[in-house]
Write a protein that binds this ligand. Structure first.
Ligand code: FAD
Length: 539
């Protein structure tokens, strides 16, 4: 007799017939005569010792055979379970549908694979990763089923822990008030949160991460590569994003941190392959920036009103001196005529005239002394977009109360120029105030101011167009003359605004002119030389 395991003998009265019947089915027709080369018992031992729980049942799932691993996994020894239905293993938590599908599959002579919730002999539950294969006889009819299962409770729990951790990370990231994105070493987005997703449509810049990475790399230059190499983060990198369609510009503060993870693909199974990721955090700081802007504008208002006070005092005194000069010249002429006559008859009058003249000169000298000085301002690199933006904010109230539409069209990458911030603010405030004034005085229904910045290799140009009545051709040259005004005199209309504007433009080596071809109102064109970057190595 062939060598047959004791366990098998214990459980089967007619073992030889079971072996004769099962082994060819288990091993296939081609192995039917394998006993000539290898004993069947070897196969029996193999099934017995294989580290997967194996059971063989009849067509109704009555258990005929179990191997050692089955006993280890289920807790049932052969004597406990042989002759019973596999359903003793069922925890009854597995939905009926699953069993239905299981039986439908195997009774259709197909292999079923799935997961069931089983109950161990000692009462605890475990998850069974089960494969059931039908065994067919030569006529193709099902004779038995073979079940193979593993306890995958630990795998499942670990997998669930990973899923839960991922969900936790995602919910932490999603609850963050900042836009967060994780990028791989190819700048591909591997994880992002709701706030980041919102930016994709809000910013209209394609993939926001790609856009900010470009800005960061440009701004940080070599420092980017250095930080990346050392896996050191960065913080507080602030960028202004001009929005389309007249929406307000937005400000973002960027922070980043690199981290390394091991690759999870098969290539990295025997060898750790580190892969670097970047967590990029984008914080919308527009509100804070706007508050800062407002404070800045308040400070500018105070500074400019002080400047205005000084300027109007200067203009008043200069105006008064200018007004005095005319009668003084007449008195001087009369005094000279009388002096040439040399008759005693007019000596009293001559003396009075001389005294008046002296008083007049003293008054002019006193006024001259009272003219307040305008302090020299520091010359620094200036972005005119910023100055014009501030001037628009300064005049916001007047623009709004006059119902004027402002079309602000700044050139995105406007080069800088060298100049005095405050003087340039005064210049553009003057031009903008003139434009508002002109529009508010005109009856035109169209109330529009357009401010555009542009540039070529050498010049930075600003154009300020208004839809007011314009300046008649014959008066265009005169408006730059002192004390000339197209409006009634009085108040602060001393007719010095454009004189001062031209003075400021001249101080900046610029040019101001009225566009001769502009027909829809008035267009002032102002241009300044582009600031040349100092060359390295030159003193
Ligand atoms: P049951 O009344 O036994 O069956 C539920 C549904 O299954 C029925 O509504 C019916 O549609 C279908 N069904 C049952 N028996 C048959 C049949 N003979 N032919 C056609 N359809 C049928 N179950 C486990 O819970 N854990 C296991 O580890 C497990 N291993 C198995 C291994 C093998 C080899 C086989 C063949 C079955 C195995 N089963 C296992 C299924 C088990 O036999 C039961 O069907 C299941 O446990 C449900 O038991 P129940 O008493 O709740 O319902």
């Amino acid at each position: 007799m062939k060598k047959i395991s004791l366990r098998f003998l214990q459980t089967h009265s007619n073992m030889a017939s079971v072996i004769d019947e099962l082994v060819p089915e288990l091993l296939g027709e081609e192995y039917k005569n394998i006993g000539d080369k290898m004993p069947y018992s070897l196969f029996v031992e193999a099934v017995e010792q294989v580290p997967i729980a194996i059971s063989i049942t009849d067509k109704k799932a009555k258990i005929l055979y179990v191997n050692e691993e089955f006993s280890r996994v289920t807790g049932y020894q052969p004597e406990d379970i042989l002759g019973q239905n596999e359903s003793v293993l069922s925890d009854k938590r597995t939905p009926r549908d699953v069993y239905h599908n299981l039986w439908h599959t195997i009774s259709s002579k197909k292999i079923w694979r799935g997961t069931l919730c089983n109950r161990h002999k000692f009462g605890h539950r475990y998850l069974s990763d089960l494969t059931i294969a039908p065994m067919l006889n030569e006529a193709g009819a099902i004779t038995h089923y073979i079940g193979m299962h593993r306890d995958i409770t630990n795998y499942y729990e670990s997998e669930q822990k990973v899923i839960n951790q991922k969900l936790l990370i995602e919910s932490v990231i999603n609850s963050s008030p900042f836009a967060m994105v994780v990028l791989d070493d190819q700048d591909r987005v591997v994880l992002d949160n709701h706030n980041y997703k919102a930016l994709v449509s809000d910013l209209d810049k394609g993939e926001p991460a790609t856009y900010f990475l470009r800005l960061l790399r440009e701004e940080m230059g070599d420092a980017w590569t250095e930080l990346q190499k050392k896996e050191q983060g960065f913080n507080h990198r602030e960028f202004k994003i001009e929005s389309k369609g007249g929406q307000r510009a937005r400000w973002f503060s960027c922070a980043g941190n690199w981290f390394v993870e091991n690759e999870v693909n098969v290539d990295a199974f025997f060898e750790n392959i580190p892969k670097q990721y970047l967590i990029l955090t984008l914080t919308d700081i527009s509100r804070q920036r706007r508050q800062m802007d407002e404070l800045h504008i308040q400070a500018l208002k105070i500074m400019m009103s002080e400047d205005e006070r000084v300027r109007s005092l200067r203009e008043t005194l200069l105006g008064a001196m200018h007004q005095i000069h005319m009668p003084m010249n007449q008195i001087r002429a009369a005094e000279q005529i009388l002096r040439h006559k040399r008759d005693d008859q007019h000596s009293g009058l001559l003396q009075i005239l001389q005294e008046i003249q002296q008083c007049g000169e003293d008054a002019v000298a006193t006024m001259q002394k009272c003219i307040p000085e305008i302090l020299q301002a520091a010359v620094i690199p200036i972005n005119l977009n910023q100055i014009l933006h501030e001037v628009l904010l300064l005049s916001n109230q007047r623009i709004w109360s006059n119902g004027i539409d402002v079309h602000w069209q700044p050139l995105a990458d406007l080069p800088t120029m060298l100049g005095s911030e405050n003087r340039l603010r005064i210049l553009f405030k003057q031009l903008l105030d003139n434009a508002i004034e002109a529009i508010s005085e005109s009856n035109s229904l169209e109330k529009q101011i357009k401010i555009t910045t542009s540039s070529d290799m050498d010049l930075i140009c600003v154009s300020i167009d208004d839809s007011g009545p314009g300046i008649p051709l014959e008066k265009r040259a005169k408006v730059f003359e002192p004390f000339y005004t197209t409006r009634p005199m009085g108040g602060n209309q001393a007719g010095m605004g454009l004189v001062m504007a031209r003075e400021i433009v001249n101080q900046h080596q610029g040019l101001i002119e009225i566009d001769q071809n502009y027909q829809h109102g008035c267009r002032f064109k102002i241009s300044f030389p582009v600031r040349r970057q100092p060359q390295k190595g030159l003193g």
